[in-house]
Design a protein around this ligand. Structure first.
Ligand code: ADP
Ligand code: MG
Length: 339
């Protein structure tokens, strides 16, 4: 790496100016940006009839992305996973802050492609970049994004609202990201490159279900919701634990993509367990009363997003039970845990 091609050739402020402070990063939104990048803090005008929601997510080189990962995809995914948290609450995301820790030797091209990835996703979801921090790192790259969004007053959907008798639904398909990761690590030699690439795309570019979250919120049909980041079983375990109900998942009802079905066809049943406990699908799982089925079907048609009923909330130990052919399955690990 020559010094001219590393970020140390620009310095902190030129780096911010060149890649993050442009007008392109501001999108029109319900929450107007009174002052964005350039002062000590951003100032936002928050509509009086709304609640402001915020969350933060960190991606660490070597843990969340490999050092040789395409920086464009790192930028895309960093923002997509944050957007997914807003979707899970039924909120519409509006703006974000970006904290970057970068080794001085980071190639300029890395930051350029990373910021292009961010802009691509921000443009798609009309998000403004309103501030951040840029610091040096003696380790690898760390990316932290804080996101802000709005819901109607008292309309956010929590993890804690599920009730005994609720049905449990999930959007899209489960397990593609896990298979994508396994394929990219050479663990699925029987998978053809087309299927492998499709699965990797599901891992690299998840589709946060913002419209779905918003429609569930508007229609007030979901009692509780969560996005699947750690794994279907683990995340529904979180929902069950915070709601004080036992979420029963029927393994055979969990929607798999045609590709995932092909990949696990004829393999041992531990492959299916791996899909149900693997993370990074960023689909929405939610609990809703029996009577909401019709509205949910309408939402599914309107958005052209498959929504599948996979289980129910029952009285019992708060948490989750995975059933196969009606019998509880014992799992070594329900999902991803950092420590
Ligand atoms: P301070 O020293 O007050 O923290 P900085 O010098 O770190 O301010 O940042 C100057 C301005 O640039 C601030 O408005 C800050 O929000 C913004 N900023 C810094 N880094 C980034 C970044 N990576 N992305 C977006 N905005 C940034
Ligand atoms: Mg600073």
């Amino acid at each position: 790496m020559t010094v001219e091609n590393a970020i140390s050739s620009l310095g902190e402020f030129e780096l911010i100016r060149r890649f993050f402070a442009s007008r392109e990063n501001i999108a029109p939104s319900a929450m107007s940006v009174v002052a964005g990048i350039g002062d000590d803090a951003a100032v936002l005008a928050v509509p009086r009839t709304q609640h402001l929601l915020t969350s933060v997510d960190t991606l660490v080189e070597g843990i969340h992305f490999a050092s040789d990962q395409d920086p464009f995809l790192v930028g895309c995914k960093a923002l997509l996973v944050n957007i997914s948290d807003m979707a899970a609450m039924g909120a519409t995301p509006h703006c974000y802050l970006l904290s970057l820790s970068l080794p001085a030797t980071t190639p300029l091209r890395w930051v350029e492609e990373f910021s292009r990835g961010l802009r691509e996703i921000a443009g798609r979801f009309s998000l403004s970049l309103i501030g951040g921090d840029t610091v040096g790192s003696r380790g690898g790259v760390t990316v932290t994004i804080s996101i802000l969004g709005l819901t109607g007053q008292n309309r956010a959907i929590f993890r804690s609202g599920a009730q005994v008798g609720d049905c449990v639904f999930v959007s899209g398909s489960i397990g593609d990201a896990t298979l994508g990761l396994a394929w990219s690590m050479g663990q699925l030699p029987w998978v053809n490159p087309d299927d492998g690439n499709w699965l990797c795309n599901r891992l690299d570019l998840p589709q946060p279900r913002v419209q779905l979250g918003k429609m569930l919120q508007d229609a007030a049909v979901a009692h509780a919701a969560i996005d699947i980041s750690d794994g279907l079983v683990a995340d529904l375990g979180h929902l069950g634990a915070s709601s004080g109900v036992n979420v029963r998942i029927h393994a055979e009802k969990v929607p798999l993509s045609d590709t995932a079905r092909r990949v696990i066809h004829g393999r041992d049943s531990s492959m299916l367990t791996r899909l149900l406990t693997g993370g990074e699908d960023y689909e929405l799982a939610f609990a809703a009363p029996d009577g909401a089925r019709h509205s949910i079907l309408e939402i599914s048609h309107c958005l052209e997003i498959p929504i599948t009923e996979i289980g129910e909330c029952v009285a019992g130990a708060p948490g989750v039970t995975l059933l196969s052919a009606g019998e509880p399955m014992l799992l070594e690990q329900a999902g991803w845990s950092h420590f």
